[in-house]
Design a protein around this ligand. Structure first.
Ligand SMILES: Nc1ncnc2c1ncn2[C@@H]1O[C@H](COP(=O)(O)OP(=O)(O)OP(=O)(O)O)[C@@H](O)[C@H]1O
Ligand SMILES: [Mg+2]
Length: 124
C-alpha cells in the first residue's frame, strides 16, 4: 500500500478528479493548501537584496491505494494535472503501514476496497 499526495493547480482539480475516477480510484481527500515550489524570487530592497518566498494557492490530493493502483493513480494525476508550464505541481509516493476502516475494523487492502451497494443494502 502507498499513500499518494499530489499538489496540483486549482484549475486542474476537475480534470484530475475525472482521471482518477475513470481509473477506478474514488477514495480520496482534497485540501486547499498554500505552496512554494522552491524557486527564489530575488527582490531589490533599499538595504540590499532580499529573497521573497511567495506562496501560491494549490490543491492537495491524498489517496491511499493498494499496490496495483499505484502506477494507475500516478498516470491519472499526470494526465489530469499537466499543462507543461512551470508550477504544475508534484506527486509524492510514500509507503503506508496500515489502513483501518473504522466502521468494520477491516484492515489494509480489505479496508481500501470500496464498499458495494449490496454490502450497504443486503436486503435488496
Ligand atoms: N519539495 C517539495 N516539498 C513539498 N511540497 C512541494 C515541493 N515542491 C513543490 N511542492 C508543492 O508543489 C507546488 C507546486 O510546485 P511546483 O510545480 O512549482 O514544483 P517545481 O518542482 O518547482 O516544478 P516546476 O519546475 O514545474 O515549477 C508547490 O506550491 C508546493 O505546494
Ligand atoms: Mg516551480
Amino acid at each position: 500500500m502507498k499513500l499518494i499526495t499530489a499538489v496540483v493547480r486549482p484549475e486542474r482539480v476537475q480534470q484530475v478528479k475525472e482521471a482518477l475516477f475513470q481509473a477506478g480510484i474514488s477514495g480520496l481527500t482534497l485540501s486547499r493548501v498554500s505552496g512554494h515550489g522552491g524557486e527564489q524570487e530575488v527582490v531589490e530592497h533599499y538595504r540590499g537584496t532580499r529573497v521573497m518566498v511567495e506562496f501560491h494557492e494549490k490543491v492537495e490530493f491524498k489517496m491511499a491505494v493498494s499496490e496495483p493502483f499505484v502506477e494507475i493513480a500516478v498516470q491519472a494525476i499526470l494526465q489530469g494535472a499537466r499543462t507543461g508550464e512551470v508550477g504544475d505541481g508534484k506527486i509524492f509516493v510514500q509507503s503506508l503501514d496500515r489502513v483501518i476502516r473504522i466502521r468494520t475494523g477491516e484492515e489494509d487492502n480489505a479496508a481500501l476496497t470500496p464498499v458495494t451497494e449490496t454490502q450497504l443494502n443486503p436486503q435488496r
